[in-house]
Write a protein that binds this ligand. Sequence first.
Ligand code: FMN
Length: 206
Amino acid sequence: MDLSHHRVQYLKSSFKEDSAASNPIEQFDIWFHNAIEQNITESNAMVLSTCFENKPSSRVVLLKEYTDKGFCFFSNYSSRKGKELASNPYASLLFFWKELEQQVRIEGYIERLSEEGSDTYFYARPKESQIGAIISPQSSIIPNRKFLEDKFEHFDHSQIVRPKDWGGYLLVPTVVEFWQGGEHRIHDRLLYTLENEHWKINRLAP
Ligand SMILES: Cc1cc2nc3c(=O)[nH]c(=O)nc-3n(C[C@H](O)[C@H](O)[C@H](O)COP(=O)(O)O)c2cc1C
């Protein structure tokens, strides 16, 4: 299929230095609130990329919290991503809000959340999601769908305890880029880089 004529114009907005926050988490907060106000579906969905033995892999996860320390998500520590992160803590996150013609690229290193932080989120989830996390050996090969459905159906509800290999991660950012689509492919790209504990802002060519 030839997609060479498949193109849209980006005309929605612009992103200039004089409106950029001095800190990328503050800037993310501004864009994220706007995405919520604009009713962007799953605005907290982000692509997490990991790299193992020089081979990258990506998948979508949900941002569950951000603070001045970084960006939190939850997963299974024994999953493919979990094993990859245990071997190489450097990772990236990517948001693409197509209705806003915006992309945010975040790079940094990953730390595990505390047991308490993981418990707080785990027990705040709906009971069915807690059971789903307990019974699913994420990323392992399983015989069929029924294998999980049977486990779910026969699960003893008095046995709900957060598995030790399920919990939170914090991505601590060192590089963050905000991309706003522009007319004639002259997009705005502002890059925040952490240097000596201070954020430096540079404009990149699109
Ligand atoms: C919209 C969306 C949200 C998702 N959120 C999560 C999440 O928060 N945590 C998670 O472990 N997997 C989530 N997944 C599933 C992952 O994309 C992936 O299939 C799973 O984590 C296994 O990845 P891995 O085998 O690379 O470890 C989500 C998928 C989609 C499409």
